[in-house]
Write a protein that binds this ligand. Structure first.
Ligand SMILES: Nc1ncnc2c1ncn2[C@@H]1O[C@H](COP(=O)(O)OP(=O)(O)OP(=O)(O)O)[C@@H](O)[C@H]1O
Ligand SMILES: [Mg+2]
Length: 267
């Protein structure tokens, strides 16, 4: 199952993506977690060994690799291959994390709004396509805020799009855009998740705001200061506060996704 996690900046994408990846791995699934954000902080939430973390370089910043893959021998400058060979890259550059999970740091796509097809973007887009369509493990992708960088081809193969919102109108506005775009890209299973929910009142307002949407609220995760404490200490919430109410709620979300996986693939 290929899971993408999206939403506005700061809503909790990385916390949720990383915790879900860990839970799948703990349960014995083969897991590849993908960091597609320039901030590169998924490694913390996954609980990757600091010594390994120091060595991480995003694929988008590996100039020699990018050039080697996209250059066309003898072509004038500015001409390059937009569908480079990438199938060996995930296994070559992934690193091992707790519970046997693997992490691949892609880095972000530059100038997403312009649909720029510079060499890095060509490589990252092709890699995302390859990860979504060609891999057989559970793939969890932590996307950069927004989805503008996704094209129809790149999004092909995303089985589940988790759209994360905070209880705020701005965040919900962006979710609506992400949901519409995801549909246009052909993604079928789109799930809205409210994070950092403080009260039933907030939940009621969110539900009220989305009552016309055809994507209902799939799950809600409470606001829990221990998630922030885990973040501050550079640890995975699963290691730092495994029994906190937010982590318990993410475990419930995991159970729902596992049931969904069964429905989608084990028929
Ligand atoms: N349920 C929660 N309760 C309290 N704090 C939370 C919760 N979920 C996430 N946070 C905190 O919110 C902040 C943002 O979380 P996170 O980095 O996961 O968001 P993000 O969407 O990945 O952000 P960015 O867009 O910057 O990548 C962090 O400090 C994190 O600890
Ligand atoms: Mg993040």
């Amino acid at each position: 199952m290929k899971i993408a996690v999206s939403g506005k900046g700061g809503v909790g994408k990385t916390s949720i993506a990383g915790s879900l990846a860990r839970l799948f791995a703990k349960d014995g699934f083969k897991v590849l977690a993908i960091d597609n954000d320039s901030a590169m902080n998924l490694s913390y939430t996954l609980g990757i060994d600091p010594k390994i973390k120091e060595t991480l370089v995003p694929i988008s910043e590996m100039k020699n690799l990018v050039n080697e893959r996209v250059s066309v021998p003898g072509a004038p400058s500015g001409v390059y291959n937009i569908t480079p060979e990438v199938s060996d890259i995930p296994d070559k550059y992934k690193v091992e994390g707790p519970d046997g999970l693997q992490l691949l740091v892609l880095g972000s796509i530059e100038e997403p709004a312009t649909g720029c097809l510079c060499p890095q973007n060509a490589l990252i887009r092709t890699l995302l396509y390859n990860l979504f369509v060609k891999r057989d493990e559970v793939v969890v992708v932590d996307f950069e805020a927004g989805l503008e960088h996704l094209g129809r081809g790149t999004a092909k193969g995303i089985d589940v799009m988790l759209v994360i919102t905070e209880p705020s109108q701005k965040s919900l506005d962006l979710c609506k855009k992400i949901i519409d775009l995801s549909k246009k890209l052909g993604i079928v299973n789109i799930y809205l998740i409210a994070n950092k929910v403080n009260s039933n009142d907030q939940l009621r307002i969110v539900n009220n705001r989305i009552r016309d949407w055809d994507v209902p609220l799939f799950h809600s995760i409470p606001f829990d200061s221990s998630i922030g404490e885990a973040d501050l200490s550079g640890s995975s919430p699963l290691d730092y506060c495994p029994n906190s109410k937010a982590v318990e709620s993410i475990k419930d979300l995991y159970s729902k996704l596992k049931r969904l996986k069964k429905e989608l693939f084990d028929l």
